[in-house]
Write a protein that binds this ligand. Sequence first.
Ligand SMILES: Cc1ncc(COP(=O)(O)O)c(C=O)c1O
Ligand SMILES: N[C@@H](CCOP(=O)(O)O)C(=O)O
Length: 463
Amino acid sequence: MKYVSTRGSAPSLDFAGVTLAGLASDGGLYVPAQWPRFTHDEIAAMRGLPYSELAARVMQPFVGDCLTPERLRELTAKAYGRFAHAAVTPLTQLDERQWLLELFHGPTLAFKDVALQLLGLLFEEFLAREDGSLTIVGATSGDTGSAAIDAVAGLDRVEIFMLHPKGRVSDVQRRQMTTVRAPNVHNIAIDGSFDDAQAMVKRIFADRDVTDTHRIGAVNSINWARLMAQVVYYFAAALQLGGPDRKVAFSVPTGNFGDVFAGHVAAQMGLPIERLIVATNVNDILHRALSAGDYSAGEVTPTAAPSMDIQVSSNFERLLFDVGGRDGIALAEQMRGFESARAMQLTNAQREGASALFTSMRADEDDMARGMRWACEDCAEIVDPHTAIGLHAARVAELPHDVPVVTLATAHPAKFPDAVERATGTRPGLPARVGDLFAREEAYRELPGTYEAVRDHIVGHSA
Ligand SMILES: Cc1ncc(COP(=O)(O)O)c(C=O)c1O
Ligand SMILES: N[C@@H](CCOP(=O)(O)O)C(=O)O
């Protein structure tokens, strides 16, 4: 399998190459040169497989000959062996047509673990082969940071610098990052938003002063391997609900468009999906883009779903590439326009292509609180604020009545206890596997929100 950049001029790479490269050298994101496709019978034959077997089956075409099928199965068994639920991503029924796909049974209680537990192992595997090392620079609005740190803490060949927006993540999220005391882990709180942090990460990849001496890697969903691992749970859910003989819809709380793009990939691979509902909070650039073609970034509004407080949504570029004719050179120009004006109009082809599968919804803080209350009072489920946004969208979306709707439950409610308690009156407790999070000492560096300050810190503190 070969991968090409969404901006058309970076060299094409194999799976090991894109995993270690993260971002393409032309500033684009890597995508498979063409989508592998399963037949109906091949998908039906996946029913009943344990999650780690299913994962290996779904991912093998993307991995190509970079890992043997046996080695891939060993890695998925190890990655998903750390999950607290035997099903890894269990489904829970809410009412006659609404379902929750619980993605928070990993070590750091968010869906990010599903991909990052595997990505840590892939880094080790591919770096060992070439006796190399990697300096990871990541940006987080709360969940990627802790999941990535858990996945790579203590690895000899990897160092990680994780930027989070100061004061804009929950206490649990911050502590899950800053209490990990491993010599290869560096936490940085910057003045600014997640978007500022994400822009700095992308700039570092293009900064020759850094890349001449450091091999920079990515743990954000700009890294293709992240998305690949997230495709698997769409298959897992659909197979349990009658797929591939029946279509299923998914509602996905969305920020950086990685999770929902993984649903698009599943559909390209042949999984029958009725709709993908892109559920945003009031930081609604994706809703405006999908409903009106207006992709213009405003200021970020802090909300009770902080992990989705994002305006510039990295993976949207992958969708625009895929549905807009796969013309990397034209997209590079369009993206350059967006980067200077922070605004662009989608082309007709991009709008029409996206509308074939995607619907979007925006939830304000009241909608979100109502989502949490509905789950609690009518279904006896406590859900986190991000999941509640997905649930709100799932309940208001117009869909055929016989189609099951699966909302992706992207985080454990105990990561956001204040917002959950405000909405439901119930304060969720942390599961025992998180341990003594509030007793552990924190360590992180505060830096001004300037690129130079962050770059100099990374260069000065990396081994
Ligand atoms: C809890 C939670 N829900 C939803 C999202 C949005 O996911 P994505 O950025 O892949 O759209 C995030 C952050 O990525 C998150 O941490
Ligand atoms: N919501 C994320 C933001 C980063 O998104 P990613 O999926 O690109 O890593 C977070 O919690 O950090």
